[in-house]
Design a protein around this ligand. Structure first.
Ligand SMILES: O=C(O)CCC(=O)C(=O)O
Ligand SMILES: [Fe+2]
Length: 783
């Protein structure tokens, strides 16, 4: 500090003035406002050295807002500060595209840096929202195909970024991308892999892996000391990655806790001693947050301890905010301040765990299942220099630090390299649970039905396949001779497709399914798909089992045949075919969903928005061998689908699918190259039961085998779906409770096993009585 002349008034002394201005609060408007006083003040305030000292002095940057959204959804910046500190949302708009198949997911913020990952594992980006600088990295590995990966949807990328600046007094938020560590964790149903990028060496380290009991929740890892922690679903415990020792392991979670969904459990960094903690939100009539802490005893034993400090939410917020079955969701966490973000029916709040003090984020946002990623930084609006990176950071490799545009990203890996890059398609083969059906079974011990059917001299199906008399396909009258409705998709899309829309309306209203013509998929292509399917089922058993989803006797994932562990060129061709098919069928699905939305006088993306951009499509191939006694068995037992909609490509030569209409089974004829659209229970929920999922089943043939390919279109697993406000009104109350998609998916096979609909089995339907009262006619139409 220079010597001061005592004759100067304090504010005339530059050093003293600097000392005084350092004490201004770190809010975004502080420095810009002070800089309006005069040119001299402005010059002091915009001096990079002053700004560095200002950040150091304050240490912790203020919370500017949240990046909100969820995996698979667009993310936006939601400012939390009031005027004059409020930062416009557009200032931090997330620049990565979420279009088509090139989807980037925002996955967290730490130390003023944000991290995004491509959902197909094509890259990871560290982004400084303040300066717009970013680094794009190609992911350094693919999960090993040996672990059964056939689609990336069951292997998820969990990136985490952290500043590693160890300089004394360094204030995070002032990190400007250097130096940092980027941790990339990839977790599937059986294993986790981790790898660390160090910005100083500019290189990725070794790939470390460990066996895991299941998938982890799709939430940012919590940094405690040097270790990142993620919570497993169900009873799996906690996955720990030590970023210094580079070790990956699994620790227990409190035995009493069952991690049912990601909105009810949150790992913590406890404020008092920086230990790992866990907050569990109970959904009882008296909602509360139970707190656990991991404590080490002098004996060296480390265990979870339940803290006395249970937080009663009603006491804090008043009881008005809690209703129905879901009272609040934990939608975010700030590990620096140990604050949980709670979304409720009356707004979004931040709750500080130690003090139990809460602040309001917004009273306008309704209960919503999107994540809130807190973003903290020193932001000094309009100070020019102040918001630019210091020159040292700016001079580092310009090819790495450059404005964001599509061109400067690394090239995408070739589609054929190593593991498949397919993001959302899961292939499975047929049914499981309950009375076995006469179709190719999956994961069922004993002989496969195809093997049974091929046994010489088989006169009747083994007893385990034979249905009780009242359940046999022939128990009712002869199938009714009715014509399944047909809708021409190419006409529907035309501006004057009124007639076709009327047909669609009538089909949905009275059948819940319809035949689609005019879908534009070439006949040869569809033939090729079915031929490949048939060929696959005709492969020797050992070969099929090589791609089975059962490894070492345990079923480990939802996917089975058609895996990525492809050995022959012919099979690669099959997979490419399926990939192409999903793209094309995806387009048909979108068109159908748009037309259905228009029937309800909603904008065309109404249903598409509700199920999310990261919807899943499952392709299920089913093989029905000939059966000597079709009258005794089900090819596939009566069921409703748990999809939003299902698109079926049926065998060109052999029928067998039947739909229940007004209490009678009706044959779906052989459709050639037309497709069949079937409404699923998911659609029933999101249309508030305006559209209904029909019961259907498959009967077998004495002498002909049959194949089919069903593509199930499902919402994002972490979404909560329910009847949307636009379809709920006085005359038609909500017919379903809000429900996590994953819960519906998990309940499906249990419901199937006992012959129930999932919504009934899980008790998601609210008012069975009122169901069906509203006809489609009473909903306005624009067609
Ligand atoms: O094979 C068929 O025709 C129908 C298959 C089906 O309904 C299903 O997989 O859910
Ligand atoms: Fe079905």
């Amino acid at each position: 500090m220079s010597r001061r002349r005592s004759s100067l008034a304090p504010l005339d002394d530059d050093d003293l003035l600097g000392e005084i201005l350092l004490r201004l609060p770190p809010q975004p408007s502080s420095l810009p406002r002070a800089s309006l006083v005069c040119a001299r003040w402005r010059s002091v305030l915009s001096d990079p050295q002053f700004l560095g000292r200002f950040r150091k002095r304050h240490g912790k940057p203020p919370l500017l807002g949240f990046f909100t959204g969820d995996v698979g959804r667009r993310h936006v910046f939601t400012p939390v500060l009031g005027s004059p500190d409020r930062i416009p949302a557009a200032r931090f708009s997330v620049p990565w595209s979420r279009k088509g198949y090139d989807r980037w997911d925002f996955r967290g913020c730490r130390h003023g840096l944000a991290v995004l990952v491509n959902d197909r594992g094509r890259g990871v980006v560290v982004w400084d929202p303040l300066t717009g600088q970013h680094r794009h990295h190609r992911v350094p590995f693919s999960p090993n195909p040996r672990y059964g990966i056939i689609c990336q949807s069951s292997w998820q990328w969990h990136p985490a970024v952290m500043c590693t600046n160890a300089e004394h007094g360094h204030a995070h938020g002032d990190c400007f991308l250097s130096p940092f560590k980027l941790v990339l964790m990839c977790n599937g149903p059986t294993h986790a892999f981790a790898c660390v990028y160090n910005s100083v060496s500019g290189a990725w380290g070794n790939i470390i892996s460990t066996a895991t009991p299941t998938n982890i929740l799709s939430r940012p890892g919590i940094l405690v000391g040097n270790a990142l922690h993620w919570l497993f679903r169900g009873g799996g415990g906690v996955l720990v990655f030590d970023t210094e020792k580079q070790s990956l392991g699994v620790i227990d979670k409190p035995a009493e806790i069952n991690v049912t969904d990601c909105w009810c459990c949150q790992l913590l960094r406890t404020g008092d001693d920086g230990n790992l903690g866990l907050a569990v939100l109970s959904k009882d009539s008296k909602p509360s947050i139970q707190l656990w802490k991991r404590q080490s005893h002098s004996s060296g034993v480390v265990e979870w301890v339940l803290l006395q400090k249970t937080i009663q939410l009603e006491g804090l917020f008043g009881s008005g905010m809690f209703s129905a079955s879901i009272n609040a969701l934990m939608v975010g966490y700030d590990e620096d301040s140990n604050e949980i973000v709670l979304s409720t029916y009356v707004g979004v709040f931040i709750l500080q765990i130690e003090s139990k003090l809460f602040r309001t984020v917004s009273k306008r946002l309704p209960l919503d299942d999107k994540m809130f990623y807190p973003y903290k930084n020193f932001y000094t609006a309009d100070l020019g220099e102040g918001n630019s990176p210091p020159s040292s950071a700016r001079s580092s490799s310009s090819s790495e630090l450059s404005p964001i545009n599509a061109q400067n990203r690394e090239p995408l890996p070739p589609v054929n390299s190593g593991t498949r890059e397919e993001g959302r398609l899961c292939a499975l083969a047929s049914t499981a649970g309950g009375m076995p059906s006469w179709s190719q079974e999956r994961g069922v011990t004993g002989k496969l039905v195809q093997v049974v059917a091929a046994e010489d001299g088989l006169l009747a199906p083994p007893s385990r396949y034979v249905l009780r008399e009242e359940n046999r396909p022939t128990a009712g009258a002869e199938p009714a001779k009715l014509t399944i409705p047909i809708v021409d998709l190419s006409l529907l899309a035309k501006p004057n497709g009124v007639e076709e829309a009327a047909k669609l309306r009538s089909a949905l209203q009275s059948w819940g399914l319809f035949v689609v013509t005019g879908h534009g998929m070439p006949k040869e292509f569809l033939d090729e798909i079915l031929d490949a399917t048939r060929k696959f089922f005709h492969l020797p058993l050992e070969e099929k089992q090589r791609c089975s989803n059962v490894i070492d006797g345990a079923m480990f994932q939802n996917e089975g045949y058609g895996t990525d562990r492809i050995d022959s060129d012919e099979q690669i061709l099959d997979w490419e075919l399926l990939h192409e098919y999903t793209i094309q069928i995806g387009q048909v699905t979108m068109d159908v969903l748009k037309a259905m939305a228009k029937l309800l006088d909603q904008k065309e993306d109404f249903f598409i928005d509700m199920v999310g951009e990261r919807f899943k499509s499952y392709a299920r191939f089913t093989y029905y061998p000939p059966c000597p006694r079709p009258d005794l068995v089900n090819g596939l037992k009566p069921h409703t689908d748990n999809s939003v909609i299902t698109l079926l490509l049926l065998d060109k030569d052999v029928g067998g699918l039947q739909v229940l209409k007004d209490g009678h089974w009706v044959d779906v004829p052989v459709l050639g190259h037309d497709l069949l659209v079937v409404v699923g229970e998911g659609m029933e929920i999101v249309s508030n039961a305006v559209f209904k999922a029909p019961w259907h089943r498959v009967v077998t043939s004495v002498d002909k085998e049959r194949v089919s390919l069903a593509t199930f279109y499902q919402p994002e697993p972490q979404r909560i779906i329910g009847p949307p406000g636009a379809l709920v009104h006085e005359k038609r109350p909500a017919m379903f409770k809000k429900c996590l998609v994953q819960t519906l998916a998990d309940g499906y096979w249990d419901a199937f096993a006992v012959g129930e609909r999932t919504v009934d089995f899980l008790n998601v339907r609210i008012d069975a009585e009122a169901d069906g009262k509203l006809e489609l006619e009473s909903v306005a139409t624009n067609s």
